[in-house]
Design a protein around this ligand. Sequence first.
Ligand code: SAM
Length: 334
Amino acid sequence: MGTGINCSNSENKLGPKWIAIAVVSAILMFAFLAWAVNAPKKSITAAFNMCFRAIAAQDPDPRTRNPDYLAARIVNLDLMQQYMGWTLDFESSVNSINHDKLWIFYYVTARTKHMDSVLLKELKSDVKQVVIMGAGYDTRAYRFYKDFPKVRFFEVDLPVMVADKKSRVKSNLSELPNNLAYAPIDFNTQELGQVLARVGYRKDQQTLFIWEGVVMYLDAAAVESTLRFIAQNASAGSSVVFDYLPPSVVEGTYTRDPYAIRMADFVKSQGEPLTFGIDPDKSGAFLNKQGLKQVSNIGHDDMVKRYMTDSNGKPFGTVPNFFWITHARVLNDK
Ligand SMILES: C[S@@+](CC[C@H](N)C(=O)[O-])C[C@H]1O[C@@H](n2cnc3c(N)ncnc32)[C@H](O)[C@@H]1O
């Protein structure tokens, strides 16, 4: 009897408790499902770039080798092999890339080399801050910090990418720069100035902004307002280097290379559609309108000549003819 009373007492006490637990569990389950459905996806294009750099850094020819020697340390080699069949064996991976006509592989190397050369030149002048926008798996902060210990680096990207990048470098690189700050942003909805202000960006220090493989995925308004922020807020001598596509590539009407449409379709299928382009012939005027002065604007021929000609003087691989890289400086008289 005593047991029965105890039982019924405990049932009375446990009843509401179990109901509460069931309700909380249901809410948590619902919240998890809602999160899982809407969970932000990591950038596939950023992952591809990292794979390309990791493979191209194994190129035996120093003239065409990708300088990103750290990419192979942070890339997920198992996933790269599982999904694409690529390894760090340069010859076999390049054969597979050529077979699939993934010509962006060669462009990524030309772009790394060009942007590295701009970075090095700026670091050797008076640049004290480097802001890497849409950083993805960019390794420049980790490759250059020791030679330029007084320079501060900022990596800016969507929150999901910042989190993944931080965990990758932490678990794979033995030494990390202490002069590097991470700043989550959505360029389409947030102001670069506000985000940078929170992580110690200084307007009075000469800065290089690197925007590699990003503007083609943004809204026109986001690209223009970010460039205007740089023009109006970075100190004299600061500059921005970024690559871009002509509007016809974005719109799918570019006829000079069938790879343009294949590439646009692929990124769209991965949830990263091309959205923004600039006419190369009007790029100087476009930058002027944002308050910047174009310093250089290089296309296919320059890229092949400067970066993708091998030690025998022959062009290496196929650099697509529709990518452009421009470098623009903040005007002194703002
Ligand atoms: C093609 S990847 C380039 C990554 C890296 N810069 C590189 O060259 O390997 C595009 C990058 O832009 C970032 N991105 C795209 N849309 C963005 C947005 N609205 N705000 C911030 N970052 C964005 C992605 O997260 C991704 O890291």
